[in-house]
Design a binder for this molecule. Structure first.
Ligand code: GLU
Length: 568
């Protein structure tokens, strides 16, 4: 460690004041005046103020819907306020139209904000809610820190600027990325603090650009206890890095904007991904420097997925991670939110099984029931949850949902469905409405595969009968059945006919007898039914055949039986 010392007199009030004036001559508002513009909120006791703060770099992802839902639930469950703040300080990474897309998508999933950015502007008294429009506010507090000797300018050399461009200016000169040797970092840090007012004046005159760095007083070997509402009791080392507050274009880093915005917006609970945990020491320090009360923090664990038996982080590139993909696949907002809740609170599923008529917003959401280590995303589980949700809808509602979805994603299918609405609704009515409804599809995109065979345009034989069945038996049974099928038969008569045709060809209709001596038969009535099923639906699995045939109508049934008898 060197015996170098910083030499700007950070403890000389006048010099610090002069430095602040040199750097921010245009800032005339005092921090107190600024704070007064955002008065304390008048909320009931225990009300939480939360915010969702996406960067508009693309579409909303499953990993974004997660914290958004937590924020929404905690705010609205406590009669608090839920804010949408757009963190658009990184213009290079910004994608045009992304903010509007995010807003619309969140709205589609029923995540409503009380304040914040809207598709056409913004609403609320604590704005602006787009960080790119809050520039002057950040400068008020940057000036305050410089004035108090807690921050200082650092003029960037050409060399540094080039390096910056290489790292996409993300965090502006991340000293720790450049040097892995902590002593070298410390030396470099002290070097930065070695300047005089004259140096600053000269650099400004030369038009050099500068960043504002915090003058850190921390010691990384000192750990302080901290309680995160999700992660529990933690030990956080002090921050010892003079990290950047304002970048050379005057735009704040995430750290600085977070402290200023969450203070002025009155955020009580900061809900964000656990990837921010390593930066927490910076934020604790910054709130202290600014004289702000630290909000409560909730760091949500990364969502995981299973890949070849191992847990991996769900990445943005994963199939279906983008919420627009979910829409395309036909997972309705209600299904997705149901799944999100299942993942978020371990007792949600059980609660909903006991409170089937209630909405997820009636559920007492609890921070304590959240996973500390990362819940597992699983498409099969999403399907299960969704099947449950959709199975409770009426045939009419399913019809409407499917046609609306198909209009956007499968117009040909939409045309078929709307050509004869009653026909489609009667198909959806199969096995619906009872205590144990059928659960055939979890997404609207799966419906066509489930019921396409009802339409000649989509009908095709997609499976095969085992070679063990004598083809001439099959032909015979199908032809005979096509001759005796009567739409007006009740289910017993209908089934007796099938049994009788089978018996005639050596297929037992008595399952007990068959099981006792299978060698005495060619097969049983289930085999016979499968011949008919394949001929009529093209598959070996289908909803109740009796009902299916009634809906299809005699003409189609007979035509398909005969056609299959001919082709087999
Ligand atoms: N813009 C940050 C992100 O997208 C927000 C983190 C936070 O909520 O504070 O990760």
């Amino acid at each position: 460690m060197s015996d170098k010392k910083e030499f700007f007199p950070f403890d000389d009030e006048d010099q610090c004041k002069d430095l602040a004036e040199l750097l921010f001559p245009y800032v005339t508002e005092s921090p107190e005046e600024c704070i007064a513009r955002f008065p304390e909120r008048n909320l009931p006791e225990g009300a939480k103020v939360t915010r969702f703060a996406p960067s508009p770099t693309g579409f909303l992802h499953f990993g974004g819907l997660f914290p958004a839902t937590v924020g929404e639930r905690l705010a609205h469950q406590s009669e608090g306020v839920f804010i949408l703040r757009i963190e658009d300080t990184d213009s290079k990474r910004e994608v045009e139209g992304a903010a509007e897309n995010l807003i619309n998508t969140l709205n589609y999933y029923g995540i409503h904000f009380d304040e914040g950015a809207t598709a056409t502007g913004e609403t609320g008294k604590y704005g602006p809610y787009r960080q790119s429009q809050r520039g002057p506010i950040y400068h008020v507090f940057a000036k305050k820190l410089v004035k108090e000797g807690k921050a200082y300018p650092c003029f960037t050399t050409e060399e540094e600027l080039t390096a910056l461009n290489a790292v996409d200016k993300k965090e502006e000169i991340k000293s720790k990325d450049w040097h892995t040797d902590p002593n070298a970092v410390k030396e470099q840090q002290l070097d930065r603090r070695r300047f005089t007012l004259d140096d600053v004046k000269k650099s400004l005159k030369n038009g050099e650009r500068f960043v504002i760095r915090i003058r850190s007083d921390g010691d990384a070997s000192v750990k302080k206890p901290f309680t995160d509402l999700i992660k529990g009791n933690l030990e956080i080392p002090e921050n010892d890095e003079d990290f950047v507050l304002l970048k050379s274009d005057g735009i704040p880093t995430y750290h600085f904007a977070h402290a200023v915005d969450d203070r002025l917006m009155g955020t009580t609970h900061v809900i964000r991904g656990e990837e921010w945990l390593p930066s927490l020491s910076k934020h604790i320090q910054l709130f202290r420097y600014l004289g702000f009360k630290l909000p409560k923090y909730m760091h949500i664990a990364q969502i995981m997925k299973l890949e070849n038996g191992a847990k991996k982080k769900l990445s943005k590139r994963d199939m279906g991670a983008n919420m627009n993909d979910y829409k395309k696949m036909g997972y309705t907002p209600e299904c997705v939110m149901e799944y999100v809740m299942t993942l978020l609170n371990s007792n949600y599923e059980e609660w909903h099984a006991q409170n089937t008529e209630k909405k997820y917003t009636d559920f007492p959401f609890s921070i304590k029931k959240m996973s500390t280590s990362g819940c597992l995303f699983d498409f099969a589980k999403l399907d299960d949850v969704s099947k449950n949700v959709l199975s409770k809808y009426s045939a009419q509602k399913i019809y409407e949902l499917v046609t609306e979805w198909a209009r956007e994603f499968d117009p040909g299918f939409a045309e078929l469905l709307t050509k004869d609405k009653n026909y489609a609704v009667s198909i959806f009515a199969i096995g619906r409405g009872g205590k144990k409804p059928r659960k055939d599809f979890g997404a609207l995109g799966q419906v066509k595969a489930y019921m396409g065979f009802f339409y000649d345009e989509l009908f095709e034989i997609t499976e095969e009968l085992d070679v063990k069945y004598d083809r001439s038996d099959i032909k015979r049974i199908l032809t005979d059945f096509s001759e005796i099928y009567d739409e007006n038969d009740d289910q017993n008569t209908w089934f007796d006919k099938i049994k009788m045709l089978g018996e005639r060809m050596g297929y037992s209709s008595d399952m007990k007898a068959y099981k006792a001596t299978p060698e005495n038969f060619k097969g049983n009535v289930a085999d016979v039914s499968s011949f008919i099923r394949l001929a009529v639906t093209g598959r070996l699995n289908s909803p109740d055949m009796y009902e299916v045939m009634k809906i299809l109508g005699k003409e189609k049934v007979v035509r398909r039986l005969k056609a299959f008898a001919l082709q087999i």
